[in-house]
Design a protein around this ligand. Structure first.
Ligand SMILES: *Cc1c(COP(=O)(O)O)cnc(C)c1O
Length: 385
């Protein structure tokens, strides 16, 4: 059984994007950094088990997720690559770190204590990444207070600090001066750490936007998320040949005529002033479509952009197909391409004043993800898309 509204995820695009990012990184003047592929939030809505496996097989040095539970999902999907957990673990059940071989982030003094105690209990030496806050003021040890905070961490016998990292607050804003300042603070923090006897093997800092912007923040590894899925963080532009991995499809379930003066949807917000034809698409806000798309977004049918009208309802959305031959059963593209026309996630996000990240993460659990481009599926003889 499959609903008419389905997200197609092209795993060959994911693998291709990883390769394209690696090729881009290979053009730098320094040794090519490793790639920590970010698959938090169910791989930005694409499905963490399948995407995680594809990325690990395609050679990602490490995967990264938000919390221990996400890490366990990846392990249970058969991912054997190292997995970094970004989140603060102060209120988490830590057992999964040990049972599923996850690499936690130490981002606060209390997390360091909790992890040290848990590692001692398990009789384990825990590989960790240490997070430095260089100006985002979210998680991490303050860059300017390491003399005070680090000695205890450095003296924790069961914690092995394998890497040190930071995160940029304004990587997508090329005008903002804090970006360069954060880089300098990070360099200084790494030097301070060395002075205090903490010499991690790896340094990393760059999300997608940062790695596109400045080779100096590549360090030993980079941490792209959005780019892996084939989307460039707005407002940046790139020459890297990326392919969007996700497309969202549905089908027209009903078509009806409206007389002048009538409206459609809750609130009858759109009143038509001419005889009009409305098509109903079986996808709504329960599937992650944003209410603000009504009057602002479009969907593709028969290769044409049809405006979303009326209201985005829980399970349905109306589009204006006046003057076309649109009929029940017609293929609808909500995100993706159809007959040379296309709607990207960036465009959809811009239409309603949000970011591509939010749209992807909010794709509903009800929407089935159909995977194509899996090398093993092909080998098994199923038809690739
Ligand atoms: C989400 C996240 C990333 C990836 O960000 P993109 O903008 O998707 O590349 C990198 N690092 C950290 C700490 C993150 O939380």
């Amino acid at each position: 059984m499959i609903r008419p509204t389905v997200a197609r995820v092209d795993l060959s695009a994911i693998r291709h994007n990883l390769g394209a990012i690696a090729a881009f990184l290979g053009q730098g003047s320094q040794p090519r950094p490793g790639i920590i592929a970010v698959v938090k939030a169910n791989a930005y809505g694409h499905g963490a088990p399948e995407v995680g496996r594809a990325l690990a097989e395609a050679g990602a040095a490490m995967l990264a997720c938000a919390d221990i539970e996400e890490g366990i999902v990846l392990r249970e999907a058969g991912v054997r690559a190292p997995i970094l957990v970004f989140g603060a673990l102060s209120v988490s059940d830590l057992d999964g770190v040990f049972t599923h071989d996850l690499t936690p982030t130490i981002s606060t003094p209390s997390a360091a204590r909790t992890l040290e105690a848990a590692a001692a209990r398990h009789g384990a030496t825990l590989r960790c990444h240490l997070k430095i806050d260089t100006g985002m003021n979210r998680l991490g040890f303050r860059f300017d207070n390491l003399q005070r905070t680090m000695p205890e961490v450095a003296a924790s016998p069961h914690l092995q600090i394998e890497a040190v990292y930071t995160h940029f607050a304004t990587a997508d804003d090329v005008e903002h001066p804090i970006f360069g300042e954060q880089r300098q603070r990070f360099d200084a923090a790494v030097a301070t750490l060395a002075h205090l006897g903490v010499r991690p093997r790896l340094r990393h800092a760059a999300n997608s936007a940062a790695l596109l912007r400045d080779e100096r923040v590549w360090y030993d590894s980079v941490r792209p998320g959005l780019l892996v899925y084939g989307i460039v963080p707005p407002p940046l532009a790139v020459t890297i040949p990326l392919r969007p991995a996700l497309s969202l499809h549905s089908r027209v379930v009903a078509v009806k005529g409206l007389r002048p003066g009538e409206g459609t949807g809750y609130g009858l917000k759109t009143i038509v002033d001419r005889p009009s034809t409305i098509a109903v698409v079986p996808a709504g806000y329960a599937d992650g479509l944003d209410l603000r798309l009504a009057g602002r977004g479009v969907m593709l049918v028969r290769g044409r952009r049809m405006p979303i009208v009326g209201s985005v309802c829980m399970d349905m959305t109306m589009i204006d197909v006046t003057g076309t031959e649109v009929a029940p059963g017609d293929a609808v593209v909500i995100i993706g391409e159809q007959d040379g026309e296309s709607i990207g996630v960036r465009e959809m996000a811009a239409a309603i004043g949000t970011i591509p990240y939010e749209l992807l993460c909010r794709l509903g659990a009800r929407i089935q993800r159909a995977y194509g481009g899996d090398s093993r599926q092909r080998a098994a003889g199923s038809t690739p898309r």
